[in-house]
Design a protein around this ligand. Structure first.
Ligand code: AYL
Length: 518
């Protein structure tokens, strides 16, 4: 077995919960503003945040929605997001985070699959939340803010609960984000307090995080990148956040300028905008020392162009929801263009030939396998997917093809798994295919991703139809009824059959090659 590791020392494994990790730092700076709502300017100091977290935990436990319960949170980035996340964690519960732009059908699926006991949302998404709640047979709804006839977050607050409800740090699920992993439908990813705490410390060690850092936080907190690298790292590492409910280039630039942001946490499409968009010149971004991109490949050219334009370093990270999420970070003082950097501390890596299972030497391409304390506990209610992803001795098979050079720098070269990344968001082909097959005019379907300059990849569909087959617009309308906007297909091709292996698996590579030839 050939194991690649960083030369950097391990971080200590701390026997505390993620909320205790965050509070440790907040307690030291009670009067500091740690969260600001970008659109309204409303603020929470460290003391306010801790007080609201403790009161929410007290209220949840008093009403029987705390320890052992699952609370679904469907909200855009806002200061109270951290209140709900840490309030549920402090109460000994589980948070499942839902994309607020989801359709009612998507929300209902996650509520049912996660076994959620309560759904917390904002007035803007209440209608969708109500429809989803009805679809699963009803569950209590709470809004952050106010809406007539609905319980509010403030109604839920109780007497402050001073101590963390005891939980097992290695087995209790604190958060259950959804990911399709290497194959199939989105699945609940079981992450423990150990997973989250250690990854916060691994990120802080690897990303040269500095106390006092302020960032404009538009990366969604419901996705593991925003949840950990932004929300938890900034709170636990002594930083602050100005939250944005969605990405808006000018607001992002304005906030980064006004708050003298030191680093921009972004995804590749935003790197492209920073490199190319004329409006960028209208802002004073001289405080920005670093842009940090993750969640999808950042091409060397775009990376160099942003660095030059903003006169800063452009770094990249690699990770997966199943890895809490980060395993690789570009070293600030010696990045290599196009590389996702060096392994974080406490992280073992292997490069394995997907055909033979042999370990490969430096410079050769194979599947990246990871072992470390940030590796998930497994998927929820899906032992088969868990067994396909985690080996008996604790290695997680990423489904990504990578190489590691002689200096330990990791380069993502290709993807073995069927996942499509649209602007950093996961699109699971299996989910789109299953939805297409619910149309009575569609007898078979396949979805693949094609390279796209702006989005990274765009999903396209191949359809086999019968005499009731819809036209391309009909196919799109069918998907729109139940799937959110980033899961839509950009092109539709009608074919006689879908190429499949003897065991019935869609031969996606054949379809991709066919598109290259046209
Ligand atoms: P998920 N280069 C190429 N592909 C990447 C990269 C990268 N730097 N980062 C992630 N991916 C792809 O669960 C890869 O296929 O987590 C990987 O298996 O939505 C998949 O995205 C995982 O998708 C960071 C760095 C967070 C990464 C992340 C991971 C969030 C994406 C913070 O600093």
């Amino acid at each position: 077995m050939t194991i690649y590791k960083t030369a950097a020392p391990d971080v200590a494994l701390r026997d505390i919960t993620i909320t205790q990790r965050v509070f440790e730092n907040l307690t030291r700076r009670p009067d500091a503003v740690v969260l600001t709502d970008g659109p309204t300017g409303a603020t929470l100091t460290a003391a306010d945040l801790m007080d609201r977290v403790k009161r929410l935990a007290g209220g949840l436990n008093a009403r029987g929605f705390g320890a052992g319960k699952t609370v679904a949170l469907m909200a855009p980035n806002m200061p109270d997001y951290a209140v709900v996340f840490h309030g549920v964690a402090w109460a000994g519960g589980t948070i499942t985070t839902i994309n607020p732009t989801y359709t009612a059908a998507e929300v209902a699926h996650q509520l049912r699959d996660s076994g959620a006991d309560m759904l917390i949302t904002v007035p803007m998404f209440l209608e969708t939340a109500q429809a989803a709640a009805t679809e699963v047979g009803g569950l209590p709804l709470t809004v952050i803010g106010s809406a007539e006839g609905t319980q509010t977050l403030d109604d839920l607050m109780g007497a402050p609960q001073e101590a963390q409800t005891p939980v097992d740090l290695d087995t209790h699920i604190v958060v259950l984000p959804y990911s399709s992993g290497t194959t199939g439908l989105p699945k609940g990813v079981r992450l423990s307090h150990r997973n989250l705490v250690v990854n916060v410390d691994q990120i802080i060690a690897g990303a040269s995080f500095e106390e006092g850092e302020v960032a404009a936080g538009f990366l969604p907190f419901f996705h593991i990148y925003g949840m950990q690298a932004l929300m938890n790292v900034h709170l636990a590492g002594g930083g602050a956040l100005v939250t944005l409910p969605r990405f808006d280039l000018e607001l992002f630039l304005q906030i980064s300028q006004d708050h003298r942001a030191r680093r921009m946490w972004i995804v590749p499409p935003v790197a492209l905008a920073l490199a190319k968009h004329p409006v960028v010149d209208q802002y004073d971004l001289s405080s920005v020392e670093e842009i940090f991109s993750g969640a999808a490949p950042l091409g060397g050219e775009v990376c160099d162009a942003v660095a030059k334009r903003l006169n800063c370093v452009a770094l990249q990270g690699y990770g997966m929801t199943e890895l809490s999420p980060v395993t690789h970070i570009s070293p600030r003082h010696a990045p290599k263009s196009g590389s996702s950097g060096l392994a974080t501390p406490n992280t073992d890596c292997r490069i394995v030939d997907p055909d033979t299972g042999a370990d490969l030497p430096a410079g050769e391409e194979g599947e990246l396998w990871i072992r470390g304390p940030q590796v998930m506990m497994g998927y929820l209610n899906n032992d088969k997917a868990t067994a396909e992803t985690l080996t008996q001795d604790g290695w997680l098979k990423t489904g990504d093809i990578a190489k590691i050079d002689a200096d330990g720098y990791m380069f993502i070269m290709d993807r073995l798994k069927e996942l499509i990344k649209y602007k950093g968001f996961q699109v699971a082909p299996a989910e789109l295919e299953a939805t297409l097959l619910t149309h009575d005019g569609i007898t078979d379907a396949a979805v693949i991703g094609l390279p796209d300059d702006e989005a990274g990849e765009r999903p396209i569909a191949f359809i086999v139809g019968n005499d009731r087959v819809p036209d391309a617009d009909g196919v799109r309308a069918h998907l729109k009824r139940t799937l959110s906007s980033y899961k839509q297909v950009h092109e539709v091709y009608f074919v006689d059959e879908i190429p499949k292996s003897a065991s019935g698996k869609i031969l996606r590579r054949v379809l991709r090659d066919r598109m290259k030839d046209t």
